[in-house]
Ligand binder design. Structure first.
Ligand code: UDP
Ligand code: MG
Length: 178
């Protein structure tokens, strides 16, 4: 069916989301997961992990050399983090396309996930975004989301083994997409 084809194409657009130690400590796990879940995104991997400093440095490798790098990686490794991978639903506008995976590039959850999260500085985030609603300081902005297809791929591979990422069907898909 077209739904099968869309779901396999949609897997190309997985993003990596992490609830940072401050979000976990503040009891925001359920609020954050609820937003992605209610939008219709499907969770395919989740775990609670306490990253080491070394691991945190790998995760934020692109920010090495920035003045906040040491504090940031200390912070990310300061307590449990909820790591998760929700891929997007198939895009409605693409629902008549079938098998060309290229068609899906740039669509969906990576960009929308970033919109959901809001600006890096929570005081610059719109109300209604996760950081806008729940955070104040840039160094305590509670959530991480991949910023593009390449970082999504790298971050998913860093945080999850392939066998930890599940493929499954949701019956609600037919109520989400025409
Ligand atoms: N950060 C910080 N000070 C800054 C910029 C960033 O403490 O001046 C932290 C902040 O927690 C941010 C993280 O470093 O979420 C990663 O920075 P990035 O620019 O990738 O922001 P994000 O992608 O998380 O919005
Ligand atoms: Mg970033």
């Amino acid at each position: 069916t077209f739904v099968d084809q869309e779901l396999s194409a949609a897997e190309l657009e997985r993003t990596f989301i992490a609830i940072k130690p401050d979000g976990v400590q503040r009891g925001l796990i359920s609020d954050i997961i609820a937003r992605f879940e209610k939008k219709g995104y499907k969770l395919v991997a989740i775990k609670l992990v306490h990253p080491t400093k070394d691991f945190a440095e790998k995760h934020y490798d692109d920010l090495k050399g920035r003045p906040f790098f040491n504090g940031l990686t200390d912070f990310l490794s300061s307590g449990p983090v909820v790591a998760m991978v929700p891929p997007p639903p198939p895009s409605q506008s693409m629902s008549n396309h079938t098998a060309d995976p290229q068609v899906w590039e740039g669509q969906g959850v990576i960009k929308y996930g970033r919109k959901f999260i809001g600006a890096t500085a929570p005081l610059a985030s719109e109300p209604g975004t996760i950081r806008g609603d729940f955070a104040i300081s840039v160094g305590r902005n509670i959530i991480h989301g991949s910023d593009g297809p390449e970082t999504a791929k790298d971050e998913i591979a860093l945080w999850f083994k392939p066998e930890e990422i599940l493929s499954y069907k949701k019956e609600t898909d037919k109520w989400l997409y025409e």
